[in-house]
Design a protein around this ligand. Sequence first.
Ligand SMILES: *Cc1c(COP(=O)(O)O)cnc(C)c1O
Length: 418
Amino acid sequence: MRQRPACFKENAATSAEGTRYDRSMPGFTDLQERLDSLRAHNMYRRRRNVGSRQGRAIRVDGRELLNFCSNDYLGLAGDERVAEALKESVGRWGVGTGASHLVCGHTEAHEELEATLAEFTGRPRALVYSSGYAANVGVINALLSVGDLVCEDRLNHASLLDGGWISRARFAWYGHLDCDDLDRQLATDANRKLVVSDGTFSMDGDRCRLDDLIAVARRRDAWVMIDDAHGMGVHGSGGVGLVDPARYTVDDVQVLVGTFGKAFGTSGAFVAGSEALIETLIQRSRNYIYTTAMPPAIAVATLASLAIAKAESWRRDRLVSLVERFRAGAADLEFVLPESASPIQPLIVGDPQATLDMSRALEERGCLCTTIRPPSVPEGTSRLRITLTAAHTDADVDQLIDALEEVRKASDDETRTA
Ligand SMILES: *Cc1c(COP(=O)(O)O)cnc(C)c1O
C-alpha cells in the first residue's frame, strides 16, 4: 500500500485513539495539598512586584526600599549608558532574532560580543548563551555521557547540579571546598572526568580553592569547569574574576562560565575555552542549538556594560569599602558572619520562620533583604542573603546596620520575657 503523505490531514479512520488524558488523572490531584504543606512549613515563596529601575533603592509593591538583595553588584543594571546602548541598537536591529543561532539568529552583534569576551577572559574563544542556567546545563550535557564522571561541590548552583544529573554521567558530590574529598571521588575509572565548581559561591560568598582544585584535577586527569557568575566584574584586575588569565590558562580551567545578569547588569551568559570546546558546543549543546538567540540589542548593551565594568575600577574599590563597613558594623552588633570577601554577606538565621520574621522587620525599617530558604540552601541554613552594590552609599549601609540593631534588640527583649 502506498503511504499517505504526512502533510495530509488525518481522517477519523487513521487517527490514533485513546491518547486523550483523563483530566482527573491521579498524581496531579495533590498539587493543592503540596502547596498547603509548603505554606505550613514556611517554605512558600511569593514574588514581589518591583515598580522601578534597579538601583540602591527600588519601589516594591508601591513602597520605596533600600535594596540589599540584588546581584547588581556594580550598579549597572539601571545604568543610563547601558540603557542608551540598548535603545540605539534596537533602532538598528529591532528586537527579535527570528531564530536560533544555527538558523539565522546569529548576528554580528553576538559575534562581536563573543570576540570581546574571549579577549576579556584570555581564552581562544567564547560562546554566548541566553542564560546562565542554559549554559551550565548545556555545557555539561554536551561534554559528558554514560561512562563519564562529574564531581560537584556540595554547594554548587542548581544549574550546575541539574546539568550533571541530566548528562547521564555518574554523579559524585564532594564536601564544600574539600579538595581531599574531591581527590577521593576522582580516584575511579571513568572515560572522561569533569570537576565542576562555583567560583564565588552564590549563597555564601566564599570562593573555591582554585589552585588545589586544579592540582587535584590534573593528577586525576579531569577537566575543570568554573562558573564565576558572582566573581566576574567584581574581583580581579579589570573585573576578570577569579580565573585571571595571567594565572590560569585553558589548560588549568578548561571551561569557564560567566553570566551577564549579575555584575554586568544585563541578561544572558557565556562559556569561554578552547577552539575545540566552543565548536563542540555549537555542534552538540542542545541548550545552545534548540533555543532562540538572545536579542542583539542585549548583546550590544552587554558590550557597553562590559566596557564600563572594565574601565570603572572605582566600582570594585567602592564595593570593597562597603563590604568592610558592613562587616565592621555587623561585628559590633555581635552578628556572626561567615568568611566572605565578596558583596554576598549572608546572615544565616537557620529556622525559616525566624528568617521570614527578620526579613519583615527589616522591611518595616526600609530595608529589602529577601529570605533564602531550602532547597536553595541546605536544610537548617535559611538566611538573609544580604548583598551590597557599588550604587549603595555609606549612609545606606549605616541604615541597614541600624535596622539590624533594632531587630536584634527586639528579638533579645522577646527572648528575655519569654
Ligand atoms: C545566577 C546563576 C546562574 C544562572 O544564570 P542566569 O543567567 O541567571 O540563568 C548560574 N550560575 C550561578 C552560580 C548563578 O549564581
